[in-house]
Design a protein around this ligand. Structure first.
Ligand code: FIX
Ligand code: ZN
Length: 419
């Protein structure tokens, strides 16, 4: 920035300067479940996909008293109507996920008068999906989206193998939950894909798993290799998971110089009848993260944890290891109260050397509220922090703020994954 045209920053113009800079900083959304249009039915957008978001299903099923199976046997549209009635029409949409839908409709100029779902649907009808996705990326300032790509998912593998012009706005990540957390169930799929592996992880199997990883890393060139891990994750232990980490994942990631993204703290399928909406969380021990950062110092780890109680300890751990980059307020933590709390702890212990947020979006429109709500919180905290510096006479400039926000919303990720 040409310092000559820079605005001198003071209490009066601080909020406006930060606003301007946040609006002009292109975001890299480092973890989503979004897919470009080339991925056909996996690319979700529009009001019915929004209402069938598993966050809203979990909330609506507290009111809806029909059997779960009956709920799932309904059409997507009929499920939307039930969800709309209970969470928007008959009760106020106070939850973060429900308020998020209202934020989206507002930002996209969709009238919510009379709380009439059919009227809302009419306004979505005829929208060209291509244009709509580009408009959302424009409105939100999201430049790059990191997908979650699982080659052990048959439908997704089919689409990943299909020759098509990749959309440069989408980056791949290699997601290995099935391979690492459900090894025995993955053996069949791997054999079907031509990798000769046995449940008992013998040297030949290790070689084949490494071949699988190398094949998909060269095919997708993922920005990182990711796994979500249960709250009871313990490393090292006597499980297949530890063997696969030690013999395959960590050496390969080191060899190709790609970070491992660990998303720790799930308690999957607490209520399986709720399907995707049935997962919960547990408090994890950080010893395993510490062990990995210490003993695999040539590996880089992107880490997010699901439990509120783990956040302070994780942030302190990041002060000890530069091969550890913490990111995002994941899933049940992505609510204003906790985003504010976690982000303050991180600023106060790490300065700007962390990645404050990822959206975890599953439906395109969600980018609008997930980023608008989080950026508002990050902005308010930055105002407070900079006001303290200004009050102490620190010569804060517009380019200082620009640099800080650029680090937080894109550069920390770019540098850590060598994008
Ligand atoms: O493991 C994950 O990537 C989680 O984000 C998902 O499993 C979860 O369903 C989700 O969508 C959270 O926002
Ligand atoms: Zn996710």
């Amino acid at each position: 920035m040409n310092r000559k045209y820079e605005e001198k920053v003071n209490d009066e113009n601080l909020s406006r300067v930060i606003d301007k800079i946040i609006k002009s900083t292109k975001i890299i959304d480092m973890h989503t479940h979004l897919f470009p249009i080339q991925f056909e039915e996996l690319c979700l957008a529009g009001i019915d996909d929004l209402l069938n978001y598993h966050y809203l299903i979990a909330e609506a099923m507290r009111w809806i008293d029909i059997p779960y199976d009956e709920f799932w046997s309904l059409t997507q549209e009929n499920r939307s109507e039930l969800i709309w009635n209970y969470l928007f029409a008959e009760n106020s949409p106070l939850s973060e996920a429900a308020t998020g839908v209202i934020t989206i409709l507002n930002e996209m100029g969709i009238s919510i008068k009379n709380k009439d779902l059919n009227n809302i649907r009419k306004q979505f009808r005829g929208i060209d999906k291509h244009e709509y996705i580009s408009r959302i990326l424009d409105v939100t300032g999201v430049e790059k989206i990191v997908m979650t790509n699982d080659p052990l998912d048959e439908r997704e593998r089919e689409l990943l193998l299909k020759e098509c012009d990749p959309d440069p706005r989408f980056l791949y990540s290699l997601r290995l939950d099935k391979l690492i957390n459900n090894w025995a169930d993955s053996v069949n799929s791997l054999n079907k894909m031509g990798y000769k592996v046995n449940v008992e992880i013998d040297p030949a199997t290790i070689k084949e798993v490494c071949r699988f990883l190398i094949d998909w890393i060269s095919k997708l060139n993922p920005v990182y290799i990711a796994i979500s891990l249960p709250y009871a994750f313990d490393f090292p232990d006597e499980t297949f998971r530890t063997t696969l980490f030690k013999e395959c994942l960590l050496p390969i990631c080191q060899e190709v110089n790609k970070p491992v993204a660990l998303m720790v703290g799930t308690k999957r399928s607490v209520n399986p009848k709720l399907r995707l909406a049935g997962d919960a969380l547990g408090n994890a021990k950080l010893d395993s993260i510490e062990y990995l950062c210490t003993n695999y110092s040539d590996n880089k780890f992107l880490v997010t944890m699901l439990s509120r109680e783990n956040q302070h300890e994780l942030t302190v751990l990041a002060r000890k290891f530069r091969n550890l980059m913490i990111f995002g307020c994941w899933w049940f933590l992505n609510i204003p109260k906790i985003v504010d709390e976690i982000t303050r702890i991180r600023f106060e212990l790490l300065g700007t050397s962390f990645i404050p947020q990822h959206s975890d979006c599953r439906v395109f429109d969600q980018l609008i509220y997930k980023w608008k709500h989080s950026l508002e919180i990050i902005k308010n905290i930055l105002i407070e922090k900079y006001e303290v510096l200004i009050a102490k006479g620190w010569p804060l400039s517009e380019s200082d703020i620009k640099n800080d926000i650029n680090q937080l919303l894109r550069q920390n990720f770019i540098d850590f994954v060598n994008l």
